[in-house]
Structure formats: structure tokens, C-alpha cells
Design a protein around this ligand. Sequence first.
Ligand SMILES: NC(=O)c1ccc[n+]([C@@H]2O[C@H](COP(=O)([O-])OP(=O)(O)OC[C@H]3O[C@@H](n4cnc5c(N)ncnc54)[C@H](OP(=O)(O)O)[C@@H]3O)[C@@H](O)[C@H]2O)c1
Length: 260
Amino acid sequence: MTPILLLGAGRMGSALIAGWEAAGAFAPSELMVRDPHPSADLIAQSLALNPPDEDLSRAKTVLLAVKPQLWRQAAAEVSALLAPDAVIVSIAAGVSSHDIAEAFGGRRVARVMPTTAVAIRRGTASIYSPDPLARARAHALFAPVAQVVDLEDEELMHAATAVSGSGPAYLYAFVEALEAAGLKAGLDAEAAARLARSTVIGAAALLEQGGEPAELRRQVTSPGGTTQAALEVLIGQGALVDLMVGSVAAAIARSRELGG
Ligand SMILES: NC(=O)c1ccc[n+]([C@@H]2O[C@H](COP(=O)([O-])OP(=O)(O)OC[C@H]3O[C@@H](n4cnc5c(N)ncnc54)[C@H](OP(=O)(O)O)[C@@H]3O)[C@@H](O)[C@H]2O)c1
């Protein structure tokens, strides 16, 4: 499945390269990268950066990792240079496997929606492909750095994008809001930041040990206590659920627009 050609190595492409290195999954010598403005970090690595056009036909797997708005241009630049049996794995939000296959001359396609925690091998990757070989290829790319969730219906990639691809930003926004509330309650900036961040990280670690979130919540909510008072505001009358449903719906709508 190598060499792997990355079309674009910005935030997500670079996160993947870091994760693969940490996992020992693919050596830099198995990677080729095309990116008009590579970062200093990328330049320092011993991978093939912006290789000559004639080398692109060696790529067995092509990871499409440019912004969704730029994907057609990136495809048009390389499609004619790739081997007919190169497999295309796209992480572009919203863009359908049908459109990608068409732009890449009918080659096999898989779609993946990853999270940036692939950089530390703690990513999450939703995978869809109508083609078993392409799906297996996407698994091989992401399983070393992520928990992989297979989706059987391409429509659900919009939901996976909204829940998982965009999800880390929701948690960071929550931590920012908790810090802001701590400041407003009189804590100094350092104390508010340390309390909010450490509390969230510890709670997530307990969740990782296999607890059900509702049960973990009940364990720290004494009847009539402080947590219950807060939760009546946070989740009372479906407040937080309504907010999340509305947020996810907005992300799904944008994912559909990006797919155009
Ligand atoms: N970031 C996330 O958390 C996340 C999560 C899930 C999925 N994704 C998906 O991952 C994809 C990339 O997102 P990103 O955040 O990594 O974007 P990004 O940081 O902008 O990285 C994209 C890279 O591609 C380069 N590029 C632009 N045109 C190109 C071309 N024609 N050929 C090759 N490279 C080209 C860009 O260079 P310039 O900057 O010079 O234009 C940039 O370095 C998106 O489709 C997004 O939907 C991202």
C-alpha cells in the first residue's frame, strides 16, 4: 500500500504523519507529500516533499487532505499522473465518494472523517467506502492511530463529521466556557484554567476506563447537592441536548453544502 502520497499536509495531514511515526506504522521513506507551502517541521523530515510529477505514478495510496474548497483543484493537478490502481482515501468533509471517484478517473475511493488526535494515536476515524479494497486500505492507514468506526451508509458521513470530526472543538469550547465561568466566580486566571482543564481530563480518563457517562454523572451528583443544582441549569428541560442537537444539525448542513 506504499508509497503513500499525501495531497496536502496542513493540520490533519501533519497530525497523521506524526501519529504514523509514533506508531511506527509507516516510515518517512514510504511517504510522499505535495503541499504548496510545507511547514518547517515537514521540510525537516526525510520524506519526499513535492516530488517530481513522474514519481507520482509510484503512489499506491493517495490521501486527499486539502480543504474541501480546494479538493477539485488538487485532484485535477495529479489525476492523470497517478497509476490506474492507486487507491484514493479522502478526508475532505462533505465530498461524496462518487464525486471523488469521478475526479480521479474512476479509481477506487474510501472516505474517512478523522480527528486531529491521530497525532498522538488517540484519534477517531469514521470510514465509508463502497469498495472493500479501498475500505481495507483506509483501515490500514487509520487503525494504527485511531479508533475506527465503519459506516455502511455514506449519508451518515455527514453525521460522523458533525459528531466526531468537529467534536473536539465542542469540548475545547466547553473547557473555555468552564474557565470563563470560574473567572466570573472569582478564581484567578491560572486557577480557573488548571481546575477546568485538569477536571475535564480526569473525567475523560474515567470514561475511558469503560464507565457509562450517565452512571458516572450519577455517581458525582448527590441528591440536593451542588452538582445537582448546576445540572438543573445545564441539562434541565433538555437544555444541553437541545444545544448539541442544534450544533450537530448546523455542522451537518454545512457538510452538505461543502459537498455541493
Ligand atoms: N482539521 C481538522 O480537525 C479536520 C478534521 C477532520 C477532517 N478534516 C479534513 O481534512 C482536510 C484538511 O484540513 P486541514 O485542517 O488539515 O486543512 P489545512 O491545514 O488547510 O491543510 C491543507 C493543506 O493542503 C495544502 N494545499 C492547498 N492546495 C493544495 C493542492 N492543490 N495540492 C496539495 N496541497 C494543497 C494547503 O496549503 P496552503 O495552506 O498553502 O493552501 C495546506 O497546507 C479538510 O478537507 C478537512 O475537511 C480536518
